[in-house]
Design a protein around this ligand. Structure first.
Ligand SMILES: *[C@@H]1O[C@H](CO)[C@@H](O)[C@H](O)[C@H]1NC(C)=O
Ligand SMILES: *[C@@H]1O[C@H](CO)[C@@H](O)[C@H](O)[C@H]1NC(C)=O
Ligand SMILES: *[C@@H]1O[C@H](CO)[C@@H](O)[C@H](O)[C@H]1NC(C)=O
Length: 427
């Protein structure tokens, strides 16, 4: 309740700054990749391949303000898989679009006229999907997923991307574009951007996990084949990648810190302590992969629940039917000749899918986009972690927008009294 009151005051503080489009209307915009779209966190909302889910941190942040402020505009634009350059290209639109650049990307809400925006970006720029496919679940997508590599080659590849100047430059360029657009909006140079980091995924306290593999085909029953193991050294390497990625995001933010851009560390709580301690993969005493571990903040692949065959999963049947129709019996070399660019092959395949069947808002995890998100959520935040991310952004937002003075009666419909530290409390 205390938070609601505070927020309603914050919002009224913002109201007074808003010039356009309406003096009493807050507008804000969420941007980013699958961490911001919230893939897998409860119910699929919309966005087709963008995989927007209704417990993602932006939706949670918005629900909070909705409760107290009522009428306002929220542009929920994130898209799963988006690189920084793609966010710049497809998430800063002046008009809402339902079509292109390919079937899989619609609908794409407009950027709008926000007073502030949130952003999670950079993971796809270091080929996070490649890491998931080659080092974690160790599978290929038959319709052209990430390039297949050994996990060792994948790590080398991702490190190359991490060490390239392009990473910080691309993030910086994206941030500049967002700021420029934001400053054209209702509150001009008071526009704020909150750019989050990413978590370190693994506990590195023990060697208990050294023989564990998260490979799809080795769980829950081991197929006896050779798969990447989560050795201490590999786990440390992944954690170092997360640190390096956060460092790159921090640098890009740092270049724009005089323009209202703030880095939100989603590993630290408001007291600066490690918020994920005890909540990562391979924690001491946990027999991985433990899909039921209630302490875990990220999702595991649903090894036991996902049947990846066309007989039992209608979505897999749809996808594999479309694949047969488009690719047929072509071998790998013919596929490359016909579609030198893998994305074109994916688009051809998605074009062949009966959209109504995939777009159906399924409540089950075996149909529609839910079925895809149910699998793609691996190594993404669970609901509890999205809540934490929301709180971290909210804490910074509160710092940037201090509560209206205690005397402001409009904070509370039925009047307010002055709490400690000048914060109004509703009567
Ligand atoms: C947020 O609000 C939407 C729309 O009312 C609702 O579907 C969703 O469950 C809510 N999510 C949270 C986290 O409260
Ligand atoms: C891993 O497996 C090897 C060989 O099977 C065995 O010698 C070793 O003790 C195992 N290590 C752990 C930490 O379980
Ligand atoms: C991770 O980084 C730490 C600190 O820089 C370093 O000591 C360690 O060797 C690195 N681990 C791996 C596996 O590269």
């Amino acid at each position: 309740m205390f938070r609601l009151v505070l927020l309603s005051c914050l919002i009224s503080g913002i109201y007074s700054l808003v010039i356009n489009p309406r003096a009493d209307q807050l507008e804000w915009t969420a941007l980013g990749d699958s961490y911001a779209s919230g893939v897998g966190s409860t119910d699929y909302v919309d966005g087709r391949r963008c995989l927007r889910y209704n417990e993602a941190y932006p939706v949670q942040l918005n629900n909070d303000s909705e409760l107290s402020a009522g009428d306002h505009i929220f542009n929920n634009v994130p898209c799963s898989g988006a690189l920084a350059a793609e966010i710049a290209e497809w998430q800063l639109l002046d008009e809402k679009k339902d079509t292109g650049p390919s079937w899989q990307y619609g609908p794409r809400p407009a950027f709008g006229n926000p007073s502030f925006a949130t952003l999670t970006a950079g993971g796809d720029d270091i080929d996070f999907p490649g890491i998931i496919f080659n080092c974690i679940i160790d599978v290929s997508l038959w319709f052209g997923g990430p390039t297949r590599r050994t996990c060792e080659d994948q790590r080398a590849h991702s490190w190359e991307l991490l060490k390239s100047d392009d990473l910080v430059n691309n993030l910086d360029s994206l941030i500049q574009k967002i700021v420029e657009k934001g400053r054209n909006g209702p509150i001009g140079d008071k526009f704020k951007l909150y750019a989050t980091g990413y978590p370190k995924f693994f506990s590195t306290e023990t060697t208990e996990c050294d023989n564990v593999t998260f490979a799809r085909s080795a769980n829950p029953v081991d197929d006896g084949k050779d798969h990447p193991r989560m050795t201490l050294q590999v786990r440390q390497d992944f954690n170092n990648m997360s640190d390096a990625l956060n460092e790159a995001i921090r640098s890009a933010v740092g270049r724009n810190s005089d323009k209202g851009v703030t880095f939100i560390d989603i590993e630290k709580d408001n007291f600066g302590d490690d918020a994920l301690k005890g909540h990562r993969y391979c924690e001491p005493g946990v027999k991985e992969p433990d899909t039921e571990n209630p302490e875990l903040y990220m999702w595991h692949y649903p090894y036991k629940e996902a049947s990846d065959d066309a007989q039992t999963d209608p979505t897999v049947a749809l996808l594999s039917g479309a694949y047969s129709q488009v690719v047929g019996q072509l071998n790998a070399q013919d596929i490359l000749i016909k579609w030198p660019n893998t994305v074109d092959m994916q688009n051809a395949m998605y074009d062949a899918i009966d959209e109504t069947k995939l777009q159906e808002k399924a409540t089950s995890t075996t149909a529609g986009w839910d079925s895809i998100g149910f699998r793609a959520r691996v190594f993404h935040p669970q609901v509890v972690y999205h809540r934490f991310i929301r709180d971290r952004i909210f804490a910074q937002y509160r710092q940037d927008n201090p509560p209206a003075p205690c005397t402001s009666e409009e904070c509370c419909p039925s009047g307010c009294t002055c709490g400690s530290s000048g914060v109004p409390l509703c009567s």
